[in-house]
Design a protein around this ligand. Structure first.
Ligand code: AMP
Ligand code: ZN
Length: 115
């Protein structure tokens, strides 16, 4: 737990969130400023700054995070119609919260290339 980290504080329940999935390793909650009809954030409970800070020992955790995104897509009913997973990383990647998070976006046609 990093007490200065917004998402660590969400994990700890110090800041409210709309949790839609959680287990021992990860949790998922609705983005406060949705960029699509469905916009969910999946995070590891443990503080990891970003994809750039991942270590070889995080491989199972990251695989679990991605499988959890699939489970949430099925739970929320958009696994069939499609969705987008985004991992903004660092300044040029557009990352604003320094706790690794996977954006799960759905409910509209996505565009490519992203902005
Ligand atoms: P990024 O810009 O990739 O770092 O994404 C951070 C995301 O966190 C943004 O989409 C924000 O809308 C979202 N966010 C910030 N504060 C909260 C919060 N308290 N609860 C839920 N989502 C949040
Ligand atoms: Zn954190």
């Amino acid at each position: 737990m990093n007490k200065d980290c917004l998402f660590c504080r969400i994990v700890a329940g110090e800041i409210p969130s709309t949790r839609i999935y959680e287990d021992a390793q990860v949790m998922a909650f609705r983005d406060i400023n949705p960029a699509a009809p469905q916009h969910i954030l999946l995070i590891p409970r443990r503080h990891i700054h970003s994809v750039a800070a991942l270590e070889p020992g995080d491989a199972v955790l990251m695989g679990h995070l991605l499988l959890s995104a699939r489970a949430v897509a099925e739970q929320e009913g958009f696994a069939e119609t499609g969705f987008r997973c985004v991992l903004n990383t660092g300044e040029d990647g557009g990352q604003t919260v320094g706790h690794l998070h996977l954006h799960l976006l759905a409910g509209r046609q996505m565009h490519w290339p992203p902005g």
